[in-house]
Design a protein around this ligand. Sequence first.
Ligand code: G1P
Length: 294
Amino acid sequence: MPPAPRKAIFPVGGLGTRFLPVTKALPKEMLPVVDKPLIQYAVEEARAAGIEEFIFVTGRGKSAIEDHFDHSYELRDTLMARDKKAELDALEDMLLEPGQVAYIRQQEPLGLGHAVWCARHMIHGEPVAVLSADDLVLSEVPCLKQVIDAYMEVGGNLAAVMDVPREHTDRYGILDVVADDGRLVEARGLVEKPAPADAPSTLSIIGRYILDPTVFDELGRQETGAGGEIQLTDAMARTIGRVPFHGLRFEGRRFDCGSKAGFLEANVAYALERDDLRAEMREIVRRYADPAEG
Ligand code: G1P
């Protein structure tokens, strides 16, 4: 059995241009779904999957993320003075242990593969998880936990996958499938953002990965791919033959929070999950679903 991943990389250097103007001064990872920023969902998921070291690959204008995971003495004093116990506990719970968090700066936006490569000196030949805060997964078992459990069976490189409509293949890393048992899929190749007509399948990578250390050797070659960027998909593809690549069809509902519609849908879905909001939210959704009544 391979060792369980203990470290996770969170690439948070992206400019978030699709969400301008809100992302002009606010990192897109700080956009809230109900009352929690996207990045906190990703960190909590990693924590629930047993991750002990959290490595954020940031960029300019992202300091709100660092502040979010730090103490806020002013806020704490104010909440204490007002006897707001529940709020204090919630803030205390989300803090990571001293030394568990590291921030690395990606100086230039050269692609997801480059962002991951920026963390290479912190990995020390171990398998490492990568989580994209854009992909939010609502599930009973945290998505990364499902991915790690599958990784413990097969090792190598592994990513969460799902079927997408063929017209969307140019948004994702796509698997060239060699074996498929309905849950785990083995790939003989991967293609980053192929045109629908060229896609070897419609099985797409979503932002939960476990990387074998060999991927960092490939990333070190700094080869560019789709969009002129250094692609994580290409580096994983080049290790096939040395280590296997598997996709896991995970259980859960995934929201593409890198798109406006996906982000808005996530807000509705997560609000409907909440006991304190469900009834009101149902009423709102019902009202807007039938404009005649609105
Ligand atoms: C990245 C990856 C792509 C993957 C996607 C999942 O693309 O390059 O392979 O399918 O994340 O969300 P991006 O969305 O950053 O363009």
